[in-house]
Design a protein around this ligand. Sequence first.
Ligand code: ADP
Length: 284
Amino acid sequence: MSESCNSCSAAGTCTTDSCSSEPKVTEAQKASHVGKVIAVMSGKGGVGKSSVTSMLAVSLMRQGYKVGVLDADITGPSIPKIFGVTGRAGVGEAGILPSKSRDGVKLMSLNLMIETEDDPVILRGPLITQIVNQFWTEVIWGELDYLLIDLPPGTGDVPITVFQSLPIDGVVMVTSPQALANMVVRKAIKMVRKYEPHIYGLIENMAYVQCPDCTKRIEIFGKPKGDEEAKRNSIPYLGELAIDPLLAELSDAGKIEDYQSPAFDQIAKRLAEQIKINSDKDLA
Ligand code: ADP
């Protein structure tokens, strides 16, 4: 590796001799054709980003699309658990083979490559970004309509690497009503704008709890502000999701593919519209 490569986000995974040459296409990439690459991002942890990524994957799959999820939250990977996938990822001649969920979503996560799922991942930033790059360059994703990337929260090394090195078409922002989460989501939106993928919109998760005995909404984190926050940042508002104990229960049991949510179906519909609007703009 040359001296000048040290500061590059692809350091260690790049297969070119000099930065002026085109990156070499790997065997795994030759064996893959990925339609849209969508990153799911949040400013803050715990707002439900991985849950939204998983629900989105399930929703797209139910619509007949071929879907993959790249778990880029290397130190806090939760995607395999949410889908109930425990086996190790395979290795083929051309690269790493993603695992498949019960209903056929392709998954790649560091937790599918380590011995025991609760072993901690003790790695420094450059190694973490190298792994994320390899999940793109060395995984045989095959034919996919959508690859969803579950980013770690915030605006650190991994989101920077992903926006610099992967062909991201657009981003879905997830937030919750806490003021702090909204303040940090603004930082995330500003960061995405530097790299210029489309921002498809904002989802406000955990907006309220529906009283089980009446029609009242209980806004336990204060009044939802997703709509206002989206307007303030000039991005589309995709909708809100309630705190639903069934979602938490099914996620913990690895049965996200059994979860049905009319509210999320509406969000997925609005997202599909935004993807189409932005694709048409790109083609114009
Ligand atoms: P993040 O990826 O932002 O850190 P997760 O998706 O892992 O957040 O969610 C954190 C926890 O909250 C998980 O236990 C998840 O099951 C739960 N959760 C997320 N969204 C909801 C919701 N709308 N209703 C109930 N529980 C939720």
